[in-house]
Ligand binder design. Structure first.
Ligand SMILES: [Zn+2]
Length: 62
């Protein structure tokens, strides 16, 4: 996913903003994040990015 796409993404639980910490990006190409994780500071929940696709499912649905 493009790094600036994060502005359009929202937490599936609280609809709050997600953030990505640079240390939680494990693989990136240019401005594309390939592997990493998004974080919701309100829910204290992480959402994985796998093969460039953010997996925005509540934890109980994975
Ligand atoms: Zn949330």
């Amino acid at each position: 996913m493009r790094r600036d796409l994060i502005d359009l993404l929202a937490c599936p639980i609280c609809k709050g903003d997600l953030i990505i910490e640079s240390e939680s990006i494990s693989k990136e190409e240019g401005d594309e994040i390939i592997e990493g994780r998004l974080y919701c500071s309100r829910c204290k929940e992480y959402y994985p990015i796998e093969d460039g696709v953010p997996i925005l499912l509540p934890p109980e649905m994975r």
